[in-house]
Design a binder for this molecule. Structure first.
Ligand SMILES: CC(=O)N[C@H](C=O)[C@@H](O)[C@H](O)[C@H](O)CO
Ligand SMILES: CC(=O)C(=O)O
Length: 302
């Protein structure tokens, strides 16, 4: 059941390529795999998450994309994780039943009217989904700013394998480094703890993260790999420089000043990789011409 190679290092949260008329475009996924592996040194992907507009895709589209990543990534990628969180339990279960997916990851949008205490409701939900794929490693996707699920992950992990035998780890996309550090301290041998706030990955490495999932590893993978190596060699100065690398600053700059989001990520990735990612799907609007010009000028200048 467990993968022979423990997941570590960078995981790119993939963008969903689309045609100009808004259909998913699986024909460029092979090229995308090669770009990540060869140009960025990134050999793991997280498919159909926030960056991949997972919740704007139909179940059928999500299956096609997941299958494309699994088949095109065969013998090239080390790990393909499929996000299966949807707004309804039946849709999530339908995705989970696709047995070819090697790893599953679930986010849950919590309805605050649920009467069970949050952690009980969450575990019940995860258990229900995970039991649909009893041989597939299962991750919990913790992203409270988007889901509203404000639990302490450390408490979730206590005793979780008794309830979910396939439980493998957490994608931790929150700035609460105290909770993350406590998860690492107790569970680093047992679970894979992936950090998900790219801008503060170095701080997460300090408290013991062994890997990271994020949108920026699509086009900044190489820089971040330098940071991981520098950190492993205890070259803190170089690691610090990498965390505030000009390209990374550009992303932060874009985020703050230019209205950064998935639409903008698509433009930056198109520019960086030469693979056309296309427009985002409504309700996201295509990035403005002004953004594209400014971002491309910045990218060129570094
Ligand atoms: C909200 C969101 O999408 N977070 C991503 C991962 O979970 C990150 O990879 C961010 O995209 C990244 O840190 C840039 O802000
Ligand atoms: C960034 C991330 O992990 C996601 O796309 O969900």
């Amino acid at each position: 059941m467990a993968s022979p190679k423990k997941l570590q290092g960078l995981v790119a949260a993939t963008i969903t390529p689309m045609t100009s008329d808004g259909k998913i475009n699986c024909s460029v996924i092979e090229q995308y795999v090669d770009y990540l592996v060869i140009n960025q040194g990134v050999k793991n992907v997280f498919v159909n998450g926030t960056t991949g507009e997972g919740l704007s895709l139909s179940t059928e589209e999500r299956k096609q994309l997941a299958e494309a990543w699994v088949t095109k990534g065969k013998d090239k990628l080390d790990h393909v994780i499929i996000h299966v969180g949807a707004l309804s339990l039946p849709e999530t279960k339908e995705l989970v039943r696709e047995r070819i997916f090697p790893f599953l990851c679930l986010s849950i949008k919590y309805d605050c009217l649920l009467s069970l205490p949050l952690s009980d409701a969450l575990v019940a939900f995860l258990q229900e989904v995970a039991s649909e794929a009893p041989d597939t490693p299962f991750y919990y996707y913790h992203i409270p700013p988007l889901t509203g699920v404000k639990i302490r992950v450390e408490e979730l992990l206590d005793g979780i394998t008794e309830q979910i035998p396939t439980f493998q780890g957490v994608k931790f996309s929150d700035t609460d480094l105290l909770d993350f550090a406590q998860c690492v301290n107790k569970y680093q041998e047992k679970f894979v703890l992936l950090y998900g706030v790219d801008e503060q990955l170095l701080s997460a490495l300090v408290v013991g993260a062994s890997g990271a999932v994020g949108s920026t590893y699509n086009y900044l993978g190489k820089q971040y790999n330098v940071m991981l190596e520098a950190f492993a060699k205890q070259d803190l100065e170089l690691a610090q420089q990498c965390q505030v690398h000009p390209l990374h600053l550009l992303i932060i700059f874009s985020f703050v000043c230019l209205g950064f989001g998935v639409a903008q990520i698509k433009e930056v990735m198109t520019f960086a990789s030469g693979i056309v990612m296309g427009p985002p799907r409504l309700p996201l609007l295509r990035a403005s011409q002004d953004f594209i010009e400014k971002a491309n000028a910045k990218l060129k200048s570094v």
